[in-house]
Design a protein around this ligand. Structure first.
Ligand SMILES: NC(=O)c1ccc[n+]([C@@H]2O[C@H](COP(=O)([O-])OP(=O)(O)OC[C@H]3O[C@@H](n4cnc5c(N)ncnc54)[C@H](O)[C@@H]3O)[C@@H](O)[C@H]2O)c1
Ligand SMILES: O=CCCC(=O)O
Length: 499
């Protein structure tokens, strides 16, 4: 494996870097307390900058402004909201290099991945700008003589959005796009680890002409739990959309019960990936690498339990090891680097724990297995382990890091049972050349999304979401707007036909 050093390229447009401010009612403001928190570059651990440590008083004000803005915004023409989203999309594309620089700086992912994320993130504004004018109701034949029934879809109101650091741009645009398309206003809590990308998006929102109060970005690190509680319990917040861990999702659901608000949860995964003997081996290897090692294993849809049928197990392990050996680890800004640092030292510790636990139970590391002290404390080698079994932590928990544990299996029945033996069900993948098996397995897996002969399933047009403890609701796609509207039924009585 090769290693590299770290230099942050300058932004072309320096005004996209917003320090010590958050966006409330179209204005850049600090925390009333004057408190701030520091954000560090996970690659170098150097300070990137400081951001307001907002508290409940600050967020209450943002909610009030979003509520006031909703009164007007809900009545805007869908076509006008579409144009705003389109302009915001175009500005993201025009500024994609700077946005990618910010993403790499605060998240650590390589520039090519960061650029891919900007395009993916912008695609949600493009898609929902196209959906906005097509939020139709129904005309429903009544069972009662003289009655006529129609439905309309109305915006739910002010929405709270809480998103994680692993996709600093795409997780929040996937929520703001449909919210604005529907006519809602939002208070978005930026992730504490990666707030600068959100703030840059806020700057572009102003340039796109999004009216004051419609999109508010608030920031906090230590105050996150109390702000989360406020967003859940505030009666003016009519909807909470959260992406993050299952544990925090459960807490937010409990806290939201007092206001019975509409909820969408995109929570943790522990994706099974199955390689059958009848698969095309090179396709399966490429798909496994894509799914397992994207963003150094830090995506909710990353393969976590890799089941390989016994007839091809050794060959598959060898091919995966060869690919992983070809990775280049280092600063996301360096040309040729394929994998950057993890987000923080806690993430590295979890990876280490999973590797040590696997070794102690008989697993064999065939590539990697170590930290990279020469690079910095947040780096860990991409790792492949064979001889992985069901009793290991790497099988039972989401690693959220660059470790591929290979589990041997014999029969389809056995592997389906093992794959479904999880509380969560976000993504699943399998590789097979048998068309009957493809249908059987796709239908049997208890997940919200299945990749068949591919490790890449994310696409703005495809519904994204899980089942079981991976949450509920769907983002992106033609269903994404449903999460931000309420259906109103209007029944007209005494309408008699002309005789
Ligand atoms: N399903 C998806 O689409 C999806 C996408 C990305 C990440 N995830 C999941 O997120 C997890 C990794 O991210 P993480 O460890 O940062 O998750 P996390 O749940 O700790 O944090 C996610 C976000 O929630 C905020 N948060 C934390 N505690 C909170 C509280 N008490 N009240 C309000 N907000 C709070 C954090 O500031 C962060 O912005 C993984 O389990 C992963 O699978 C899921
Ligand atoms: O990490 C979760 C989201 C990843 C994606 O949208 O592909």
């Amino acid at each position: 494996m090769a290693y590299s050093s770290h230099t942050v390229p300058p932004l072309k447009d320096k005004s996209l870097f917003k320090e010590n401010v958050a966006l409330v009612n179209g204005k850049w403001v600090g925390a009333k307390s004057g408190k701030t928190f520091d954000v560090h570059d996970p690659a170098s651990m150097k300070l990137i900058g400081t951001v307001p440590e907002m508290d409940q008083a600050d967020v209450n004000e943002a909610i009030d402004h979003a509520s006031a803005a909703f009164k007007g915004f809900r009545n805007t023409l869908a076509r006008d909201r579409a144009r705003m989203l389109r302009r915001w999309h175009d500005l993201m594309v025009e500024n994609k290099e700077d946005l990618a620089t910010l993403i790499t700086w605060e998240n650590g992912k390589p520039t090519a991945d960061a650029l891919g994320e900007v395009n993916y993130a912008a695609s949600f504004f493009e898609w929902f700008s196209e959906e906005a004018p097509r939020i139709y109701g129904d005309a429903i034949p009544s069972t009662v003589a003289g009655n006529r029934i129609v439905t309309i879809k109305q915006p739910v109101g002010v929405c709270a959005l809480i998103t994680p650091w692993n996709f600093p741009a795409a997780m929040v645009t996937r929520k703001i796009g449909p919210a604005l398309a529907a006519g809602c206003t939002v208070v978005a809590k930026a992730p504490g680890e990666t707030p600068f990308t959100s703030l840059a998006l806020g700057e572009l929102a102003l340039r796109a002409g999004i009216p004051p109060g419609v999109v508010n970005f608030v920031t906090a690190l230590d105050n996150t739990p109390s702000i989360g509680a406020l967003l859940c319990e505030h009666p003016s917040i009519k909807k909470l959309s959260f992406t993050g861990s299952t544990n925090v999702g459960k807490l937010l659901m409990k806290q939201s019960s007092s206001t019975l608000k509409k909820l969408s949860f995109e929570l943790g995964g522990n994706a099974p990936l199955i390689v059958f003997d009848d698969a095309d081996l090179d396709t399966a290897v490429a798909g496994t690498i894509t799914s397992k090692f994207r963003t150094s294993g830090q995506t909710c849809v990353c393969a976590n339990r890799i089941y390989v049928q016994s007839g091809i197990y050794e060959q598959f392990a060898q091919k995966i090891a060869e690919k992983v050996n070809g990775f280049k680890i280092g600063s996301g800004y360096e040309k040729g680097v394929t994998h950057g640092p993890l987000i923080h030292s806690r993430a590295v510790s979890k990876v280490e724990h999973h590797i040590q636990d696997a070794i102690s139970k008989g697993g064999k590391v065939i590539v990697g297995g170590q930290r990279c002290p020469g690079l910095g404390e947040n780096y860990h080698q991409p790792t492949v382990i064979t001889g992985v079994t069901r009793d290991m932590a790497i099988t039972g928990e989401e690693t959220f890091g660059p470790v591929a544990g290979l589990i041997k299996f014999d029969t389809e029945e056995e592997v389906i049972k093992a794959a479904n033996d999880a509380d969560v069900g976000l993504a699943g993948y399998f590789f097979s050349g048998d068309v009957k098996r493809v249908w059987r397995v796709a239908e049997a897996l208890e997940v919200g999304m299945v990749g068949i002969n591919t490790g890449a399933i994310s696409d703005v047009v495809a519904p994204f979401g899980g089942v079981k403890w991976s949450g509920f609701g769907r983002e992106g796609s033609k269903y994404g707007v449903d999460e931000y509207v309420a259906i109103k039924t209007m029944t007209f009585g005494g309408v008699h036909p002309v005789m």
